[in-house]
Design a protein around this ligand. Structure first.
Ligand code: 5GP
Ligand code: MG
Ligand code: MG
Length: 184
């Protein structure tokens, strides 16, 4: 059995599990206050947003519902192109609802910009975005992310839902991978 400890592959921890949890609690409080008296529909973007969705929704005190979408963004290597394919659509009708898209990370914002446009055409009452992480390049496509967990440097990070080749989503801390992981 491969008993390798995934936490050993992080070379630099940017945010510990405690720091992530603390920020999630603050974001939840802000969202609760902003939506006071209005029921929000959280839309999680699979697979990366699973952890954020799980923690953020449970840190919130308001009534809420959840739905999920899976999208694939065509791109070469680590860059997304903004050409997006819906792999799994919502199961609910969002017209007239207060929609809050829950994302793991916004890099160029191209994926998100497509998603917001697509969902807006379905007639929600309001639509906003919460993202756990945002990179500096997030200006490429001008998407307004109302709730940002942390602004991070332009580095490839893993953990807390974020993967490298499908792995490392289960890391509680968020950080950068050691060079040996990339086949060095
Ligand atoms: P965008 O369209 O904003 O450029 O790309 C967003 C998507 O790219 C994210 O949902 C995520 O899947 C992936 N991504 C962007 N930056 C990172 C990163 O630092 N680490 C990981 N694991 N995925 C990233
Ligand atoms: Mg995502
Ligand atoms: Mg990924």
């Amino acid at each position: 059995m491969d008993a390798a400890d995934v936490t050993q592959d992080l070379t630099h921890v940017l945010f510990t599990a405690d720091e992530v949890a603390g920020r999630i609690a603050e974001m939840a409080g802000q969202i609760d206050a902003d939506y006071e008296g209005r029921e929000v529909l959280l839309i999680g973007v699979l697979n990366g947003a699973v952890m954020v969705m799980s923690d953020l929704s449970r840190a919130m005190k308001s009534h809420l519902t959840m739905d999920w979408m899976a999208i694939s963004s065509y791109g070469s290597g680590t860059k997304s192109s903004g050409v997006v394919r819906i792999l799994k659509d919502l199961t609910t009708d969002i017209s007239g609802k207060h929609v809050l898209i829950v994302e793991d990370i916004v890099d160029t914002g191209l994926t998100l910009s497509y998603l917001v446009q697509n969902l807006r055409s379905r007639g929600p009452e309001t639509i906003e975005v919460a993202a756990m992480f945002r990179k500096p390049e997030a200006m490429t496509a001008p998407v307004d992310v109302k709730y940002v967990g942390f602004d991070i440097p332009n580095e490839f990070v893993v953990g807390y839902g974020l993967d490298y080749a499908g792995r490392y989503r289960n890391l509680r801390d968020v950080g950068t991978l050691a060079p040996h992981v990339y086949g060095g």
